[in-house]
Design a protein around this ligand. Structure first.
Ligand SMILES: [Ca+2]
Length: 340
């Protein structure tokens, strides 16, 4: 009889404890979901609900490789944009509860809404699956993707006939490209390597491996000091020109009320990095110092004329003086626009 009573009490205690755990986890989850849309800024305190804190001996946030028990959005642990974390709650009775969450960190300053006017239109070969796009003088250097038809080409703005063209092997899917001096650097999507060409005739000179941190190759540009690459995440990497397999530093990108990822074609101009966002009809103007989105250029009106599916999307940013040249994958036109 005594044994039965004891067992019954244990079950009851376990049920109470389970209900309590569920309460803690539910309340943590609804708090985090609410904060996911509101977002934090660096320096903010993560004010967990009392129903979570009162039952806890300690609470820490795990980032996979590192962990902190400071519930503060510290740039030592968090990056701009979304952060995948796990809350680890050690209860007063010694039990440990865990829950995954996304913590969004937004830019301090609101982004400017940029406007534009169309100055001129130029032809663009609709066979070109544009992944890298840059102008030097009056010559467009374009990297075109897709397995089986990837290539690097150059042609005069106003024409579509390449003056030089180098195809890639069938297993290569070309991505972003940029000019440094008398060379052209080009990324590949998933081949984990880039190519270096002689700018004059686009003859292949050499290859380079990616840094481990870069999962894929997407966009590429140059700020006069470092190669700047995107890999389809929220990150932009500054690579050593002399050894592009080395990351000098990287930034994560976010706006004032929104996180962004899938950053694609890039162009550095006048102190800012401009980035296409994959399958989105806008271009972000990014502060290279901290990853904050300083401006957003809405090109949905132009994109709507050419985008019919998932592939023929806006992806091509170059500069002609201070005017921007934009195009898209398989678009028939290049637009010269003045941006304000
Ligand atoms: Ca570009």
């Amino acid at each position: 009889m005594k044994k039965k009573l004891l067992a019954g009490l244990l079950v009851l205690a376990l049920m109470v404890s389970c209900n309590k755990d569920k309460e803690i986890l539910d309340s943590l989850s609804s708090y985090n979901l609410e904060m996911q849309s509101k977002g934090y800024h660096f320096g903010d305190t993560i004010l967990l609900p009392e129903s979570v804190t009162k039952e806890s001996e300690s609470i820490s946030i795990s980032f996979g490789g590192k962990e902190t028990d400071q519930l503060i959005v510290d740039p030592e642990f968090f990056t701009l944009g979304d952060n995948a974390v796990t809350f680890v709650i050690k209860k007063k009775n010694g039990e440990v509860l865990q829950q995954d969450a996304t913590i969004n960190v937004f830019a301090k300053n609101p982004e400017a809404q940029l406007s534009y006017s169309i100055i001129k239109e130029y032809p663009h070969d609709t066979r070109n699956f544009t992944q890298g796009f840059q102008l030097e003088g009056n010559t467009i250097y374009e990297s075109d993707g897709q397995h089986g038809s990837s290539k690097i080409i150059k042609y005069e703005l106003g024409t579509t006939e390449p003056k030089a063209s180098t195809p890639q092997p069938n297993d290569v899917f070309s991505e972003g490209a940029t000019i440094i001096g008398d060379k052209v650097y080009q990324l590949t999507w998933q081949n984990k390597k880039g190519f270096i060409y002689n700018k004059a005739d686009l003859k292949l000179i050499s290859e380079f491996p990616y840094p481990n941190m870069m999962g894929e190759g997407w966009g590429l540009t140059y700020d006069g000091k470092n190669l700047i690459a995107s890999d389809g995440t929220k990150n932009i990497y500054f690579l050593d020109v002399n050894d592009p397999s080395k990351i000098v530093r990287y930034i994560s990108v976010a706006g004032n009320t929104q996180a962004y990822d899938q950053l694609n074609e890039l162009e550095y101009h006048n102190g800012y990095i401009y980035a296409n966002v994959w399958q989105k009809p806008f271009i972000l103007k990014i502060n290279p110092a901290n990853g904050e989105v300083a401006g957003k250029l809405d090109l949905s009106e132009i994109a709507a004329k050419h985008t019919t599916g998932n592939d023929d999307v806006l992806n091509g940013i170059a500069f002609k003086g201070d005017n921007m040249l934009i195009t898209g994958k398989n678009w028939p036109l290049i637009y010269e626009i003045s941006v304000k």
